[in-house]
Design a protein around this ligand. Structure first.
Ligand SMILES: Cc1cc2nc3c(=O)[nH]c(=O)nc-3n(C[C@H](O)[C@H](O)[C@H](O)COP(=O)(O)O)c2cc1C
Length: 215
């Protein structure tokens, strides 16, 4: 179902636990269109690595909200322990969207392909609403997204490679960042520096499992 060269879009997925606790996670998603009878159904494919709160919430509630966001502080924030961001309840109990989302898609789980490491979840789009115009592409935002991916893989990738790639991103930050991207980039640089200072400390089992997957 997921061809390796499918385009991946970086988004924030909001889910809730069965008792209503909001969870925000950056996730790369793919868009699909399926035929159901005479009707075309828009779908989103999400692939969370186990263990994942997003996965647990999705399996328990069968609901998620896809948030399309250009404030990259949310990506950098979520991977550096800053997961508290304002949200708004959707009508009809369809979950919560991020207040800064330019657009959101309310999703309902329609298929799960089980996998011990990374299940493939397909969700139907049941609402698609735009809240603000997309202002265009910004190089510093792309650098923050790339940096956030690197920080989320600090325990999987060699530190030298991460620092090399962060140095490339720094140029885009220096030339094109607004205050928001400077703040986000600062959090990411702090996380890399913290990892450098603590890299010789023993890993937990979950980290070493993932390292083997990335190798
Ligand atoms: C831009 C970006 C895209 C990401 N995409 C994925 C993804 O597709 N699957 C995944 O498991 N983690 C992805 N991550 C890492 C997760 O956001 C992070 O590990 C998160 O904590 C997921 O676990 P959770 O569901 O328990 O929060 C991504 C991180 C970033 C910054």
């Amino acid at each position: 179902m997921t061809a390796p060269n499918d385009v991946i879009y970086e988004t924030l997925v909001t889910t809730e636990s069965p008792d209503g606790v909001l969870h925000i996670a950056p996730m790369g998603v793919r868009y699909r269109s399926a035929q159901r009878g005479n009707q075309a159904v828009d779908q989103v494919v999400v692939m969370p690595f186990r263990p994942s709160t997003t996965l647990d919430n999705l399996l328990a509630t069968r609901r998620a909200v896809l948030n399309i966001v250009t404030d990259t502080r949310l990506f950098a924030g979520c991977v550096t322990g800053r997961r508290e961001w304002p949200s708004v309840a959707l009508a009809g109990g369809r979950g919560r969207r991020l207040s800064v989302a330019l657009r959101h898609l309310a999703l309902e789980l329609s298929d799960v392909q089980e996998d011990p490491l990374r299940p493939v979840l397909t969700l139907d789009v049941c609402e698609d609403l735009t809240h603000a115009p997309f202002p265009g592409l910004n190089r510093a935002q792309a650098a923050v997204i790339e940096g956030a991916v690197l920080v989320s893989r600090l325990h999987l990738l060699p530190l030298a490679r991460i620092e090399q790639e962060m140095a490339i991103g720094q140029t885009a930050i220096d030339r094109t960042a607004s205050a928001a991207e400077h703040e986000a980039w600062g959090w990411l640089c702090e996380a890399v520096a913290y990892h450098r200072a603590h890299q010789n400390e023993p890993q937990n089992d979950h980290q070493s499992d993932r390292q083997q997957v990335a190798a």
